[in-house]
Design a protein around this ligand. Sequence first.
Ligand code: GP9
Ligand code: MN
Length: 706
Amino acid sequence: MKARLKKLFNPRLWWDKTKQTMDTSAPIVWFFVLNVVLVWLKTYVNYWLNFNLGVEGAIQQFLLVLNPLPSAIILLSLALYFRGALSYWIAILMNLIQSLWLFSNILYYREFSDFLSIGIIGSGSSTSNNLGKSIVAIIHWSDFLVFLDIIILILLLVFKQLKIDKKGIQKKYAILTTLLGVVLMFVDYGIASVDRSGLLTRSFDNNYIVKYLGLNEYVVFNAFQTYNQNNSRKQAKPADLQKIKSFIAANQTPANVDYYGTEKGKNVFVIHLESFQQFLIDYKVDGQEVTPNLNQFYHDQNTLSFDNFYNQVGQGKTSDAEMMQENSLFGLSTGSAMVKYGASNTFEAMPAILDQQGYTTAAFHGDVSTFWNRNNTYKSFGYDYFFSKDYFPNANKASNNVGYGLKDKIFLKDSAQYIEQLPQPFYAKLITVTNHYPYDLDKQNIDFPATKTGDNTVDGYVQTAHYLDESFGELMNYLKQAGLYDNSVFVLYGDHYGISENHQPAIAQLLGKDNVDNYDLAQFQKVPFMIHASNLQGGIDHTYGGEIDMMPTLLRLLGVPTEGMTMFGHDLLSTKDPQVVVFRDGDWVTPKYMKYRNQYYDTATGNKLDIDNDPDLKAAAKTNQEYADKALLYSDKVITGDLLRFDTNRSDFHAINKKDFNYQRTEALKKLKQSQQSSPSSVLAKNGGHSTLGDYTTSAPELNNQ
Ligand code: GP9
Ligand code: MN
């Protein structure tokens, strides 16, 4: 027995046996298989050790195991097309190339929580991501283990420990092997597309591409994207921007003197209400208000509430809403502008503009920083701070998260420790996430009846919306206690629909109708937009508008001149607002007419109109359509051509430098701490260094039952 065990664990014996088999039958095939296994193994192990891919569920687990294989097979199969020692060296080279890519990404990811991109490699040390300097600090000796097998293989080869396959294999087998890799790649992609539709077109997050398709596939995807982007960028000229600026100037509206500058110098809170639709306001289930806190806020005499305000997002969903809110630029017709252009483009975004007016700017979100490429995009937008998942220790506990991240009550409470440290005035954007499809919430957090449409993904919606409302209420209570309520402007908006058009029978039930038509579906695209300030003359405002209008409206309230800015929205408070709401697919709504899914309606009554027998509608539709098409086209040009890089002659704004921003937790917290001395205007500093966190009460069971 002992002898047998000894035999079993004797590496020498194992090696002899392996070598024997390898030497006798087609040695190069064995060498190929060995390399495939090695590349696969180290990639898979490092997926877990060094990357944070967010793998969930059996399908994703399976794809993670599968995805290093196709490209390893394809690349290593190149060796099979050769004979003799050369084929061995080619196999080693292919192993080395993949290992180098893995190695570089391990290091890069450790510092930037993202994968290397062609853009970053191409721009070398001129980018903000100057890896060279910090490389010694972040490298671990164990990182070199990815090269260990290569060294051993080289030694074996040099010291002639491997029998060289002089004959090689027939070409057709080599081709078949390559094809096997290609087929596996399609299989992987097919399964991935079932689990995450729109994976390549919507481009959510680099982590997704790696998690589903693999590290090597990611570089191909990235190269393709970069190539396309570079082309349109190269063709763009300064005159393109001038033309667009003339279009914008021609559509400019005068400011409303009753509102202009009334909120100058105040803190700004932008509260992003995830998937929150307008119909939820004042909506009741079993006689109970879904969102009592938001309803109260909506009807407050100091809140301006817009009830004809539409979301205008495309595939980029949240990121499109953010693009509009921060830049007054539309998202793109496919994919997410933040993902595709967020890192490379020049922007004239809200945070950068306000920063140049003396504001501290910060974004808060309970998801990983890479989603929608926020970690890069926010630098281009000019955010001083980005408090993402890493900054919230409570997020380490799985049960404190649901769906995309930290549950709202915990997220908002844990944001307070950073809010109180922000030098004032500040611009703080809080992105909630619990009210997100599929509207899951754990039992202990549910204290509201579900709707009873029988549609499972719809019925939980009011429950997570109710949870969001409670979270909002808790934050507001705290801000009042902390003395931030009266010297702040609050901007609330819903980013996009929560219930998609695939749920029409349920929508009809929620709206108390027998069925819904395109008119109802268009109205269902309404989301809240509220602006609150203690000195603001509030009320329900029926102006037609959408997310693209948030920025010009807010800038003017803050007394920031908007002339010359490349914004596609309008100040909703201007009495001359043209009120044409443009959807991403080219449909539009005005106070009089609406075009939705190629049908025309009377906006006020919902009556379907026949364009061929209605000259007034025909004329209006022509004008509106021309405007909609032009606005979308020009906005796309600004983004795909990176046109704002030509906007250098502005006296009121200078382009920001991405290099000035660092969202690494320790660095950022150090900077925040230093600011307590250098500009002691934060709530904390003004409170003599005494924290206000004791004023934050939450009903979050996770925090109360500890
Ligand atoms: C994730 C969150 C969700 O961080 O913002 O994005 P969405 O799916 O709503 O576009
Ligand atoms: Mn969203």
